[in-house]
Design a protein around this ligand. Structure first.
Ligand SMILES: Cc1ncc(COP(=O)(O)O)c(C=O)c1O
Length: 448
């Protein structure tokens, strides 16, 4: 028999756990012993304010009592059941998700996470349209499975290349670093749409099944689309019989201060991919929300895809409880208010104080601080896709946050501010004041 003491968890991890995205030798993971609300702590009891919501998924905060109770309750009733059966929690989750979904989207195909959602959405689009090609953005992440890694535009796809046949990349809007030499948001929107129209022209619009995009790009920069852009993409899709797939895995379920990011612009996609915030990852869950027209395609023809755990009852029970708690506790509205009244104004004030801040941007509880060496040239604080010594200045900042009890997610030259949507104003202000302090380290590296 083995006895358990705090260091066993670390030793077992280092001896036996093979971690994602990492060179295994250099890892030194924090052993997390518990979590509550917007905080988690290690075995020594050191507490961290979770400004990353783990991987931007714990939208409802840690250990929400209603969600924990729902899982426990349903575990006593039915821990698992095959996907071909109907089940009360599976049906209720699908109904609630359809009710909060954009437009008339009516059916849900459940997966275990986001990558399987984008894989299946593309499969549906190809079969529905009878076309093969798919367009995605360079600045994007759509998952790490065999198909979704090739939808992904960021450097995480490089080691898995050569890419999938028929996945074509285009530039999305990014006013701060415009690929189109645009001088303002209106011009960025117009030129990004003209570029997409050009890509469609040369690829052959009649060969394209779908355009897949993150309505607000997440990991690759929290890029809020300029006014008119998403509506313009919708119009291009409609003109050519192309489906619009919104990957709302990160931006959905309240993160942007609406149920789905597309709701900000009133755009209705044909397929919406979700995961993360649907149940904050208490039990793995994702899926695709499907339009009636696409459901019709598979009325008499079998859909050729499935997963043993599709619509897992404990995952669905937790989604039902989480969506209900969102509604009862005004959690989506709170995310919007946090963005409008607390995070946005505070970050903009910080940008004034710190020469290392090139831009702050975001909405809801979804914000980025983009750091630069030089505000005039916009030279990035660390290079694109920096690693090793090149990335050290960003590691220094995240470590400084940790030393002050703040856990942040950083990517390239950005620190993201993405707390649980129900974080208290006081805790949000505490985290922002720590960031304000830490940014002095970055200011010292500014060259101009
Ligand atoms: C926009 C987007 N799509 C898909 C995924 C993949 O989700 P998962 O890690 O659950 O497979 C992610 C994960 O971060 C994401 O942010």
């Amino acid at each position: 028999m083995t006895t358990s003491h705090p260091s066993d968890a670390y030793a077992d991890d280092r001896a036996h756990v093979f971690h994602s995205w990492s060179a295994q030798g250099a890892l030194d993971p924090l052993v997390v012993a518990g979590a509550q609300g917007s905080w988690f702590w290690d075995e020594a009891g050191t507490r961290y304010l979770d400004f990353s919501s783990q991987l931007m998924n714990v939208n409802i905060g840690h250990q929400h009592p209603k969600v924990v109770a729902a899982i426990k309750d349903y575990a006593d009733t039915l821990c698992t059941i095959a996907p071909f059966h109907a089940n009360a929690k599976r049906g209720e989750a699908a109904r609630l998700i359809s009710e909060v979904a954009p437009g008339d989207l009516s059916h849900v195909f459940f997966t275990n996470g986001g990558a399987e959602a984008t894989e299946n959405a593309v499969r549906m689009a190809r079969l529905h349209t009878g076309r093969h090609k798919v367009l995605t953005m360079y600045r994007s992440y759509h998952g790490a499975t065999g198909g979704s890694i090739h939808l992904t535009g960021d450097p995480r796809r490089w080691p898995s290349e050569p890419g999938a046949v028929g996945v074509v990349k285009f530039w999305g809007p990014y006013p701060y670093r415009s690929a189109f030499y645009a001088v303002d948001e209106a011009q960025e929107s117009e030129r990004a749409l003209a570029h997409l129209a050009d890509v469609l022209m040369v690829e052959g619009p009649g060969t394209v099944a779908a355009i897949v995009l993150e309505p607000v790009v997440g990991t690759n920069g929290i890029l809020v689309p300029p006014p008119g852009y998403l509506a313009g993409v919708r119009a291009l899709c409609d003109a050519h019989g192309i489906l619009l797939i919104a990957d709302e895995v990160m931006s959905g379920f309240g993160r942007c201060g609406e149920w789905f990011a597309v709701d900000h612009w009133g755009v209705v996609p044909d397929l919406v991919c979700f995961a993360k915030g649907v149940n904050s990852g208490y039990v793995p869950l994702g899926g695709v929300i499907i339009s009636p027209a696409i459901v019709d395609t598979f009325r008499d023809r079998p859909y050729p895809g499935g997963l043993t755990y599709s619509g897992h009852p404990l995952a669905c029970a937790s989604a039902v409880a989480s969506i209900t708690a969102f509604q009862e506790e005004g959690i989506v509205e709170n995310a919007r208010r946090l963005g409008d009244d607390v995070i946005g104004p505070e970050l903009r004030a910080m940008a004034e104080r710190h020469p290392s801040v090139g831009e702050v941007r975001g909405l809801g509880a979804f914000w980025a601080i983009e750091l630069v060496r030089d505000r005039a040239t916009r030279e990035m604080y660390v290079p694109f896709n920096a690693s090793g010594a090149d990335a050290a200045p960003m590691v220094e900042l995240t470590k400084a946050c940790r030393a002050r009890g703040l856990w942040v997610f950083s990517h390239f030259n950005r620190i993201h501010v993405t707390p649980p949507l129900n974080t208290s104003d006081d805790d949000v202000r505490l985290g922002l004041s720590i960031l304000d302090d830490v940014l002095q380290i970055a200011d010292a590296r500014v060259t101009a």
